[in-house]
Design a protein. Structure first.
Length: 309
């Protein structure tokens, strides 16, 4: 399995719960992604008052609304977005954080925001609001190898300098032992936000990977240009949070490379002959399949009438 993470990167992800891959996407790739967004921006859907992401009187709130754009994996001109599924600069990190055979878990989308639009209240974390274990969002590190139930990937398509707003985190919260109090999550305490909520400055082409066990949110967007990022969520090969795979990604796999198509497979264990997208991504050979003993498959056919139990 490709390690992906160097010693320093492994330390920083374990310390903070997120990692920035600086310059992961080239200028041409960013331009291509923005070009596709330009062509489909009229399809974006604004979040109405009933779907506001933040309390307006809190640190994360603002009058304007975010616009969400989805469906890009199935677009005829969606190759730049499909290319992020097994991107050679990103795949090594996804394989290190989730394992070979990592898979897409949520429908990806582009987030679009004008100046003065709201952020997102703090959410995520390894505990429920009652303080119980949240099994859907977990982080562990065993024998020097990180493991995540769910990892988000944000590919930034415009600059977000310090003070711009946008993505923010409570560093180290992927290992917290007490839930975030509701008033703090809503941004009602400005001192807490100032001291403990960190905006992550990025440039166009940077990719942020963060565990969904890390408490995160977004600050209101302040720049005079539109905020744009592509947001994907990935899980390990035999785990699912979302159900998007049930609709087979609206047929997107037919437009994908073999490595990308493997990322769109439903959840099941690698030992059941799962084609594995590795850390090499599209730069590597076709996905590897670990063969299962013919006698075991024959036995399953005899018992269940299918090749797999």
């Amino acid at each position: 399995m490709a390690t992906g993470l160097g010693a320093q990167e492994r330390f920083l992800f374990d310390l903070n719960g997120y990692l920035v891959i600086r310059g992961a996407l080239s200028g041409d790739e960013v331009a291509a992604l923005n070009g596709v967004v330009d062509a489909h921006a009229h399809e974006a859907v604004a979040r109405t008052a009933a779907l506001k992401n933040a309390r307006e009187d809190g640190a994360f709130g603002a009058a304007g609304a975010r616009r969400d754009l989805g469906g890009m994996l199935g677009w005829d001109d969606g190759d730049p977005f499909r290319g992020l599924l097994a991107h050679p600069r990103i795949a090594p990190y996804l394989a290190a954080l989730l394992g070979d055979g990592y898979r897409l878990d949520h429908q990806p989308m582009a987030l679009l925001q004008d100046a003065g639009s709201e952020g997102f209240g703090l959410h995520g974390g390894p505990l429920t609001g009652a303080g119980d274990l949240n099994p859907e969002l977990q982080y562990r590190c065993v024998n020097g190898k990180p493991w995540n139930a769910l990892v988000a990937m944000a590919a930034h398509l415009v600059d977000a300098p310090d003070g711009a707003g946008g993505f923010c985190v409570v560093k180290g919260s992927h290992k917290l032992n007490f839930p975030v109090p509701p008033d703090l999550a809503a941004g009602a305490d400005s001192e807490f936000v100032r001291e403990h909520v960190a905006q992550v400055p990025t440039k166009a082409g940077d990719v942020v990977l963060f565990s969904e066990a890390t408490v995160h949110g977004a600050l209101p967007w302040t720049m005079p240009y539109e905020r744009r990022l592509a947001l994907y969520r990935f899980s390990g090969p035999n785990y699912a949070y979302g159900r998007a795979y049930l609709n087979e990604w609206s047929g997107a796999a037919a437009k994908c490379t073999p490595q990308q198509a493997a990322v769109l497979l439903p959840p099941f264990a690698p030992r059941l002959e799962r084609p594995l997208t590795t850390g090499a991504g599209d730069a590597g050979p076709e996905p590897v399949v670990r063969a299962r003993a013919p006698a075991k498959k024959a036995h399953d056919v005899a018992v269940f009438g299918t090749s797999y139990f």
